[in-house]
Design a protein around this ligand. Structure first.
Ligand SMILES: Nc1ncnc2c1ncn2[C@@H]1O[C@H](COP(=O)(O)OP(=O)(O)OP(=O)(O)O)[C@@H](O)[C@H]1O
Ligand SMILES: [Mg+2]
Length: 327
């Protein structure tokens, strides 16, 4: 049975805001599934529909085999959700929040104490457990929210950017816990901006762009679909890059190229043997190369190919600025 299945799922907030524009999903039980996409691509909206927090405009979805529209209460009992916007009560302590959450799911007080202690340990909040949440840092709140999503030991867990804003050590702890639960068969649906983490941890990923899925598969499949190597060439201007792109594309052995601002990336099987040919061809065309890099293709390359822009966190602002400038 699929843990999560969606068919033609749509959410339009208005005729102009097509947040999710017809997506299909089929996530087997026991997977760690990564949902990637830049700001505003529709990730959170999808998570909210799948977890019954938002009514789809069209389409159907089943979670744990249960229709989200027909039986939302059963879906809610089955899933754990940690949304991007942390929803915590500032006046309570961390321990109180977790305990309350546990009791709301009908878990006994003895079992609640055991689980709460364990979860506080996992998210490194044992020392802060008895302080009011209003004194927590952003990262601490996020960790507490994550623990709240896990307290009823759900079989399907949705985590919307669970590690954004966490320091690297805590991020690793969170992933270790995800892996540990996944070994016990828990399915994860997670969104993340960290492509390396998605590459390492997710069995399958989907890349969202403007409300649609533009690429889907295992990280290895996706990377090999564009070629094993990536040669990135940087130019002095967008114009030069554009001219270079059409030149490089015609060279033998090049599978495909992607153009992003002043940068052209060529995907191919045997990068080392092609470098000289590229440099010569560009030289002939009177194009000056500012920088050239040869590396193995990564998920960022897959992302760039599928969407025409990078996803890396530090480049998000740049992408937004470019989009704003063009409008
Ligand atoms: N309640 C709402 N009313 C109107 N528009 C909305 C609403 N929620 C989301 N949107 C719009 O829908 C689009 C998708 O938003 P969503 O939050 O799903 O994106 P996201 O991929 O999660 O982005 P981010 O990476 O920033 O979290 C955006 O254009 C957003 O502005
Ligand atoms: Mg979001």
């Amino acid at each position: 049975m699929s843990a999560v299945a969606a068919n033609g799922l749509v959410k339009h907030f208005s005729p102009d805001i097509r947040a999710v524009d017809g997506i299909d999903l089929d996530i087997p039980e026991g997977q760690v599934f990564g949902f990637l996409g830049q700001n505003g691509s529709g990730k959170t909206t999808t998570v909210r529909m799948l977890t019954t927090l938002l009514r789809p405009t069209a389409g159907t979805a089943r979670v744990g085999g249960i229709d989200v529209l027909a039986d939302p209460d059963r879906v809610r009992k089955l899933v754990g959700v940690a949304l991007q916007e942390v929803g915590l009560d500032d006046l309570q302590t961390g321990r109180e929040q977790l305990s309350l959450q546990s009791r709301l799911f009908g878990i006994s007080s003895g079992e609640t104490r055991r689980r709460v202690d364990h979860l506080l340990e996992i998210v490194s909040l044992t020392d802060a457990a008895d302080r009011p949440v209003k004194g927590y840092s952003g990262g601490m709140k996020r960790r507490l929210d994550l623990a709240c999503a896990l307290v009823h030991e759900p079989r399907i867990i949705f985590l919307d950017e669970p590690t954004t804003g966490l320091d690297p050590v805590t991020r690793d702890q969170v992933w270790r816990y995800v892996e540990e639960l996944n070994r016990d068969g828990v399915t994860f649906f997670l969104t993340t901006q960290y492509l390396e983490e998605a590459d390492r941890l997710c069995h399958d990923i989907a890349i969202m762009d403007r409300g649609r899925i533009v690429a889907k598969g295992s990280p290895a499949e996706l990377k090999s679909s564009i070629g094993t190597d990536a040669i990135t060439v940087l130019f002095a201007s967008d114009d030069d890059a554009q001219r270079a792109d059409s030149r490089i594309r015609q060279l033998p052995g090049i599978d495909s190229t992607a153009l992003a601002g002043r940068e052209v990336v060529a995907y191919l099987r045997n990068g080392a043997s092609a470098v000289a040919g590229i440099v010569l061809a560009l030289n002939d065309a009177g194009l000056t190369v500012s920088e050239l890099r040869l590396a193995q293709a990564t998920l960022d390359d897959v992302f760039l190919r599928a969407t025409g822009h990078h996803l890396e966190v530090d480049k998000r602002v740049e992408v937004a600025a470019v989009a704003g400038g063009a409008a």
